[in-house]
Ligand binder design. Sequence first.
Ligand SMILES: Nc1ncnc2c1ncn2[C@@H]1O[C@H](COP(=O)(O)OP(=O)(O)O)[C@@H](O)[C@H]1O
Ligand SMILES: [Mg+2]
Length: 256
Amino acid sequence: MDIKIKNLTVKVKEKTVLEKLNLNIKEGEIHVIMGPNGVGKSTLSNVIMGSPLYEVTSGDILVDNKSILKLTTDERARLGIFMSFQNPIDIEGVTNQEFLKMAINSNRETPIGLYDFIKELEENYKDLSFSKEMMHRGVNQNFSGGEKKKNEIIQMKILKPKFLILDELDSGLDVDSLDLVCKNVLEYHAREKCSILLITHYNKILEKIKPDFVHVLKDGKIIKTGDSSLADLIEEKGYKIFENNEKEQEEDIVYE
Ligand SMILES: Nc1ncnc2c1ncn2[C@@H]1O[C@H](COP(=O)(O)OP(=O)(O)O)[C@@H](O)[C@H]1O
Ligand SMILES: [Mg+2]
């Protein structure tokens, strides 16, 4: 899936969060967005997914060269766009199993048979080290932060999207869980050739999921693009190095 974000300006409750943001993600590419808290990383994810809380005041989002701005969230999901939430919510009264079955069936003409469903579910639970008991709990109910993140990846593998937006996938995951989640994402990427937009604060995850590009989001737009070395630089020096771009350029600081 090919994604082009053109001059995107987004308002949240009268506050302009993104301003003339441009980003192109070609099929199969892995892009990372980094940036200080509150700059609009989750806003960008939510806007791509079509959340009604955010108002696109100008610009466009093209998927395979067609605007998706008029599509509802479920229509975008059906196109193959998937977002793993920074903070996944609990859904009381709907079990994981029911939720995943509805998700599978929403992409099919005829409902999946029980045997095939259980088989697919068990495979995915095994891949993410989930116990079977968790299938019968409410979606994310009494799950730890890390378990919620793993549950997002199970949903991803079941929905089989073509474009993954992974908002702070690494937050709340211990070392082993991070390994497991990354392994699943990488296998999926290799198999499905999906495009990925990964939001993170840490370069640790980039040692595993090797990005094609790393972007820094600040002041509503992407102010710097590079490779993984940009993430290393941020880890070392913090975002303050981007505070005065003009000055830095004058002084000819070399980033790479
Ligand atoms: N639904 C919302 N209602 C009000 N303000 C919001 C909402 N979503 C985001 N914001 C505000 O927009 C800004 C960007 O938030 P967010 O996109 O979550 O930042 P990030 O993910 O980069 O930390 C913040 O100032 C945040 O408070
Ligand atoms: Mg966020």
